[in-house]
Design a protein around this ligand. Structure first.
Ligand code: ADP
Length: 388
């Protein structure tokens, strides 16, 4: 179980002694006098797979560079298994890594690239060869071992780069954007490979990705970074299910989250709120002393074109277009203030909807996320089926 602290961090519990794995405490870092990382603290038990997500420029790669030892923090410490890594050179940390555009040796074959990564371990040659052969098998690259990187595909190169990071059985594996610029099939392959290698080696693994779908597909834990700070940290599925504010809510789901503003007098433009939800809102207002607007967040895939119950929220919008999305159809609709509301609904329920007309969309109050302002808001207790 992870544990985090810091000005904007969320504590996610610490069932396992945090020092057993990675402990990052109060790390800050500057570039050209500008703060890039501010008071980063979190601890990660050994053998966990952590995804770091956040928008471009949030400081994800910089944090990875500090963990690798390419950069030194201005303040704070980095510890692994009780050993102080803060000022250790990369070679003195037990790490494997694959960073952006992982550089394979272009003049070496696939096997030689892997051999080169396996070398400095001081083990008998036949054992090392066995390890490389086993990895080649796991990577599914047996037929390509004698090719040079230029003669294999982008997905195959990425497999070599990711496999290489785990080869020396390091304590900590750092992967920067391992899914970037790959087609869907290759992304799925790399996801599976990361999971498999992480499980078989037991290495504590940190993956940086800007894509929440990739993160949720593989990670045990998730750390959300915004503007150089830890905004949320904890079990990945819990962070996605109960985002602590509206910015995190946007970052942890590919489709984002729609926001309906409920004014202090409980009115909501374009929407009709059921009475049970209104009384829940009043209760939340007094509990949290939230006197201004309250924001109702709803995921696009919780919206329906047919009322799921008598107590559903009703939102009236104009249907602009239909977008096929596999077995679903996305309804692109517009609210009266011009904002787009996307609804991901079953293919069948989208048929014959008249484009250009007003339609009603519905969602259950129990699917709403509640936040009070100001931006990015603070999560309030959401209604549950017992209270609404
Ligand atoms: P992310 O990985 O989340 O996209 P980065 O860690 O790459 O973010 O960047 C964090 C911040 O540091 C950004 O504001 C970026 O512009 C800045 N930065 C990154 N690399 C450099 C560099 N080599 N020189 C100066 N600023 C940099």
């Amino acid at each position: 179980m992870p544990h985090a602290s810091g000005r904007h961090a969320m504590t996610a519990g610490a069932a396992t002694a945090p020092t057993a794995g990675l402990a990052v405490r109060g790390v800050s870092f500057f570039r050209s006098g500008t703060s890039v990382l501010e008071d980063i603290s979190f601890s990660l038990a050994r053998g966990r797979l952590l995804a770091i997500v956040g928008p471009s420029g949030a400081g994800k790669s910089t944090l990875l560079a500090l963990l690798a030892g390419f950069e030194r923090p201005r303040s704070g410490s980095i510890e692994f298994a009780g050993k102080d890594w803060t000022n250790l050179a990369p070679a003195d940390r037990s790490i494997g890594m694959s960073f952006d555009d992982a550089a394979l040796h272009e003049h070496l074959t696939v096997r030689e690239n892997l051999d080169a990564a396996a070398l400095p371990r001081g083990e008998p040659a036949d054992r090392r060869r066995d390890r490389v052969t086993a990895l080649v098998h796991t990577l599914g690259l047996g037929h390509l071992v004698d090719r040079r990187p230029a003669a294999i595909s982008a997905g195959e190169r990425r497999r070599v780069a990711v496999g290489r990071a785990f080869l020396r059985a390091p304590q900590l594996v750092l992967l920067d954007e391992p899914f970037a610029n790959l087609d869907r099939t290759n992304r799925f392959t790399i996801r599976q490979l990361v999971r498999e290698l992480q499980r078989s080696t037991g290495a504590t693994t940190i993956v940086v990705t800007h894509d929440p779908t990739d993160a949720l597909a593989i990670a045990d834990d998730m750390l959300v970074m915004v503007r150089g700070q830890v905004r949320a940290f904890g079990v990945a599925s819990e962070i996605a299910a109960q985002p602590i504010d509206l910015e995190v809510a946007q970052l942890v789901d590919d489709l984002g989250m729609h926001v309906l503003e409920v004014a202090a007098n409980n009115t909501c433009q374009d929407a009709v709120l059921p009475s049970a939800l209104l009384s829940h809102l009043s209760h939340a207002r007094s509990k949290y002393s939230a006197h201004g607007a309250i924001y109702l967040g709803v995921r696009p895939w919780h919206l329906r074109v047919v009322a799921p119950s008598d107590s559903a929220v009703v939102v009236t919008t104009t249907l602009l277009a239909l977008e096929p999305a596999g077995i679903f159809t996305d309804l692109i609709t517009q609210r009266s203030d011009g904002r787009i509301l996307r609804a991901r609904v079953a293919y069948e329920s989208a048929q014959n909807l008249p484009i250009g007309t007003r339609i009603a969309l519905y969602f259950e109050p129990t699917d709403a996320h509640l936040f009070c302002g100001p931006w990015p808001g603070v999560r309030l207790d959401a209604p549950n089926s017992a209270s609404v």
